[in-house]
Design a protein around this ligand. Sequence first.
Ligand code: ZN
Length: 386
Amino acid sequence: MSSTPSSSIRLSMRGPRLLILAAGVGLALGAQANDHDDDHASGAHGAASSKDEPKVIAKDSLKQKLAADKAAAKAKKPDPKAETAAASGSSGKAEPTSVSMSELRDLIDQKIAEVRAKQAAAPAVKIINKAPKPRAVEVNSQAKQAMAAHGAATVPGLPAGHDLHWEYTGATGPQSWGQLKPEFQACNTGKRQSPIDIREGIKVQLEPIQFDYRPTPFRVIDNGHTVQVNLDAGNNITVSGRRYELVQFHFHRPSEERINGRQYEMVAHLVHKDAQGRLAVVAVLLDQGKEHPMVQLVWNSLPLEKSTEQASPVMLDMNLMLPEQRQYYTYMGSLTTPPCTEGVLWMVMKQPATLSPYQASVFSRLYANNARPVQSASGRMIKEGQ
Ligand SMILES: [Zn+2]
C-alpha cells in the first residue's frame, strides 16, 4: 500500500468504479440466471414465456398469451410485452393497423399454431423421450408432472400436486401409484426403480463429482409432497464428462435410501439435469446432530401457503449442503415419485450431513413420512467409491 496522497486519491477513485463494475456484472449474471430459470419454469409451455412477467405468475397459459395478443391488436400498436411473447415466430411483423373480427380470429389461429409448433419443438419434450406416448400435448403434461415431482423447477403459480392424486399412505399410496394413471405405470412395472437399500456395492475408485456451486437466489415451495427449493441457474456438476445443472432440491423424511439397511433421519435430493434432459440426483443423507445452517435458511423461507413460492432475501451456497467427504455410491434408478421415470443417475454421498432435532421436527410437522419404500435392486450394478 502506498501512502502518497495522489495514489490514495487514485485508490479512492478506483474503489467506486470497481464497485460499479461489479454491480454491472452482477446484474448481467442475474439477468442470465433469470432467462435460464424461465426456460425451466415454462418448459412445459414451450418457449413462448414472457421474461417481463414476475416469476410467481409466470405461467403463460395460452389463454393469457392470446389475451395479451388480442389487447395488442386492439391497441393497434406493437406492445413490447406481446412482442416478447410472440418471440421468434413469423408474428414479428408489425401489427395490422386495423383489425376486423375475422382477421383477429385468423391471428389467434395463427398464434395457436405457432405455440403448438413451439411446444412440439420445446426442449422440455426431450426429458420424456422415454415416456410411452410421445404425442406433444400429453408429453407436455407428463413433463409438468415429472418436473413437479423431481425433474425441474415447479411451474410457478401451478399447484404442483394439484392434479396428482398420489400420497404416501392409504389407497393412493406407493403400492397403488402405478395404477393411478397410465403414465405412472413404471412405478409398478419398472425394473430399475428407486430408492434401494444400498449394499454389496463394488468397491472402486470413482472419479470425483466436480461440484461447481455458487451462492444463488432461491425460492421455497411446499408442493404438497415435500418442501422444495427452486434455484436460479448457475450451479453445475460434472460427472463422467457430462455436465448437469442443479434445478431444484427437496427433502424426504425419513431418508428414502438405506445404506446396509440403515435409514437416516432425512435426505436431501439435489436434482440436476443435462442439456439433453437426463437427470442426475445427488442424495445427501441427513443424520441428527449439529444444526445445518443451510437447512435453516430454507426453513426460514417456508411459505405460509402450499403451492406458493416464497423467495428468500438471501442467497444459498449449495457447497454448504455437501458433506466434507465426497465419496459416493452410484447406481441407475428412477424418480422416487410418480411418474417414477427411469434412467436417473443416482449418486448417494457416503458421509451424511447433520441437522438438529429441532430442524428435523420442523419438517416432520409438514411431512412426517414422505419416503417411498425401498424397491428391489434386482441385481443392479452398485458402485461404491473409496
Ligand atoms: Zn426425492
